[in-house]
Design a protein around this ligand. Structure first.
Ligand code: RIB
Ligand code: CA
Length: 302
């Protein structure tokens, strides 16, 4: 049974891996890609989404979203993903005509209300668009199956000692999403750090297919944390969790977002002992199991 999904993204090199799988895996019906300010500015994240749409000759619509967080200042991660946000592969210039005119929040509302069955939202960037959607149009909640997001950490952060980048970029938006009452799965830094892809595995992508060659070139420019040990393809864990949930170790918790602390802003304060959990936290997967499902899923790409 195909899963109807929407990807909200800030491509982003690891976003590119998640989007490649979402666009091509037979178990997904990707209804749209919505973009958000995050790794780089909205114009660049949107252009990068269009580059991937063009690379796969896809008719999935791309809708541009929020250009800045709800309240906090814009930061960017071009030091990790390159100036363009997806450095390393010579994508042809995109046709701006490929970009739909409807704003991401409006497009998600229309799709959710008209699709006919609940849709899974997969945010893999800051949660600005999702918070605006839920706050502006609460009636869409009945049409959302669940939210499976890349963000947060039950342990240490990556942008500060305690905060993960997507949450840190817009902690107020994260607070709204984590307290929405919707079924929520937090795919944080923890699971990727338990199954870092080796550089050898990344090198072997070159012989897989054109998508493997594209991702290999991108990953050679990706300067994520722990780069000396390998590649943490954070965003890809969301779609792979939806495809193979049985392979992951998860635990229920109450997760609340620090929005004010000078040193702690953006921390996902994770209480596994709470009697009132608000989300499922994805904690780990056997490294070889992740490598296998990652490569297997990419085989559906060109
Ligand atoms: O912390 C990792 C997350 O921040 C990933 O989504 C990556 O693309 C960046 O957005
Ligand atoms: Ca991302």
């Amino acid at each position: 049974m195909k899963q109807s999904i929407i990807i909200d993204t800030d491509p982003g090199i690891d976003d590119a891996a998640a989007i490649s799988i979402a666009l091509n895996h037979p178990n997904f019906d990707l209804r749209m890609i919505t973009t958000v300010n995050g790794n780089v500015g909205i114009e660049k994240t949107t252009a990068n989404a269009l580059k991937l749409k063009q690379f796969f000759s896809s008719d999935v619509p791309v809708h541009r979203g929020s250009s800045q967080p709800l309240l906090t200042d814009i930061i960017d991660a071009s030091i990790v993903h390159g100036e363009s946000g997806m450095e390393g592969y010579p994508f042809p210039e995109v046709n701006q005509q490929d970009l739909t005119s409807k704003h991401a929040v409006e497009a998600m509302r229309t799709e959710l209300l008209n699709h006919g069955e609940p849709i899974t939202l997969i945010p893999i960037g800051p949660l600005t668009n999702i918070a605006l959607l839920l706050s502006t149009y609460p009636e869409v909640k009945d049409h959302i199956k669940e939210i499976v997001l890349m963000g947060g950490s039950a342990g240490r952060g990556n942008v500060t000692p305690l905060a993960e980048y997507n949450i840190y970029c817009d902690p107020e938006a994260a607070h709204i999403v984590f307290n929405s009452g919707l079924p929520l799965t937090m795919v944080g830094l923890d699971v990727a750090r338990s199954s870092t892809l080796s550089h050898n595995t990344i090198d072997n992508l070159q012989s897989l297919n054109q998508t493997g060659q594209m991702l290999h070139q991108l990953f050679k420019h990706y300067r994520g944390d722990d780069f000396e040990h390998g590649i943490n393809v954070y965003d890809a864990y969301t779609v792979l969790y939806l495809l193979h949930p049985e392979k992951f170790h998860v635990q229920e918790a109450d997760v609340q977002i620090e929005t004010t602390g000078h040193l702690t802003k953006g921390a996902t304060v994770t209480d596994f002992k709470s009697s009132f959990p608000n989300c499922t936290v994805v904690l780990s997967i056997e490294p070889d199991a992740f490598k296998d499902i990652f490569v297997e899923s990419l085989k559906y790409c060109k």
